[in-house]
Write a protein that binds this ligand. Sequence first.
Ligand SMILES: *[C@@H]1O[C@H](CO)[C@@H](O)[C@H](O)[C@H]1NC(C)=O
Ligand SMILES: *[C@@H]1O[C@H](CO)[C@@H](O)[C@H](O)[C@H]1NC(C)=O
Length: 509
Amino acid sequence: MVAGSRGLLALLFVVSAPRRLQAGELGDGCGHIVTYQDSGTMTSKNYPGTYPNHTVCEKTIRVPKGKKLILRLGDVDIESQTCASDYLLFTTNSDLYGPYCGSLPVPKELLLNTNEVTVRFESGSHISGRGFLLTYASSDHPDLITCLERANHYLNTEYSKFCPAGCRDIAGDISGNLVDGYRDTSLLCKAAIHAGIIADELGGQISVLQRKGLSRYEGILANGVLSKDGSLSDKRFLFTSNGCSRSLSLEPETQIRASWQWVSEMGEEVHWSPGHAQVQGQDLSWASRDSGKNRKQREWLETDLGEKKKITGIMTTGSTQSNFNFYVKSFVMKFKNNNSKWRTYKGIASNKEKVFQGNSNFRDPVRNNFIPPIVARYVRVVPQTWHQRIALKVELFGCQITQGNDSLVLHKASPNTVSATEREDEMITKSVPSPEVPTGINITAVTILPVLLALLLGIGIFAAFRKRRKEIHMDQLRPRKQTVGSRSNIPLPDISPLSSPSAMIMKRK
Ligand SMILES: *[C@@H]1O[C@H](CO)[C@@H](O)[C@H](O)[C@H]1NC(C)=O
Ligand SMILES: *[C@@H]1O[C@H](CO)[C@@H](O)[C@H](O)[C@H]1NC(C)=O
């Protein structure tokens, strides 16, 4: 539109606004908004439900200077014939796009001349209308799609698209999983987040392969997205990945330790000990000693991969025994190398530790991916919240450091983000003495103190442990499935009756 009509229209719409917004104010009509350096997603309030009466949502979105903005309008449904009090409008420093409302034609995509646009949505009094959903990206990503595209929108057997940041929490189903593929009616970008191909905070490029459908699709929880079971479909789709997703837990040099180690009086590992805490195993999971809330951040399950590796994902389960309804609902990840300090895995867009959504029952495995990958020899799962008691099995996925190219992709997408690899290396060069050249006093001080503490702690724990063993009939807590055998040697978690109704029942029998 030309500049003259822009002035007139702008006057018309600004004057008719029920409220004037201060600079930077969003108004109360905005819904889900996720913005990252290069892309993002924005909806009206309650989307895809009906937007409220008399609201305004105004937000300026931008991509890096020197780039141009692409807007994709996934859905515009605004009840009005005249666009007088209900409309969607885009303003750049030179142009005006819209207003859009009612049955006026809405372009699917706007390629702007600038890197910045102000989105304004306003509503008066109305009965229905979903409002809007839009996504944006810089012109580096001409294959941008919205969060609403499903695989059955595309006919090709192979294609690549760019998903914006912020599709995870948009309403809409996905069915299936990473390994078997997804039903073709699934939302593409949400499925890519579920599969661990892209992070919700970042968005990114996805490569899709279309295949013949399956008779049934199995849903699981992964990366905070629940996929549903699905029925027979003609087609399904899979994502191509960089191949850095082998199971690391099965490699011979891998060892598992924990903050609490169950051992028999003979000193051998028994049920609930960390050595068996593998997702593939039939054994009981690892379980913590007690279930008090103060165990947050104190209990951990550690995997030593034998050498520094690239870790791209983790699968966790709870106890996997129906007699023990124990599982970890959320956790954080810590990692370190031979001589470095433990570091907490952080989210991409925030500087806070990333809290992963864990299990929601004792049985089903839940997957989470690390984007960017963790590069370390040791990793710990540190439970934050749990049901009844901390109980865990883990499986790690990844590859040798030299394999897989996902960190390269990440660098390209977000030049300002420091990857886990870089942080780790930076820390090693700065603060940790090289293992090859021990520098006397420093090393001694660093190593002796923890050893002493561990020794003291060990004595205390051993004493407490012995005492407790006498007080409780632990046999009664064993799952019925277990065979009778070294019965008297098997200590099991002493479940405090207050925190575990099922244990109470078992004890009384
Ligand atoms: C808006 O207000 C009208 C009249 O008060 C009411 O009938 C309508 O349901 C309201 N719409 C919404 C979305 O709340
Ligand atoms: C870490 O220790 C292991 C064995 O203890 C050794 O093989 C490896 O080279 C060490 N890695 C580094 C980076 O020092």
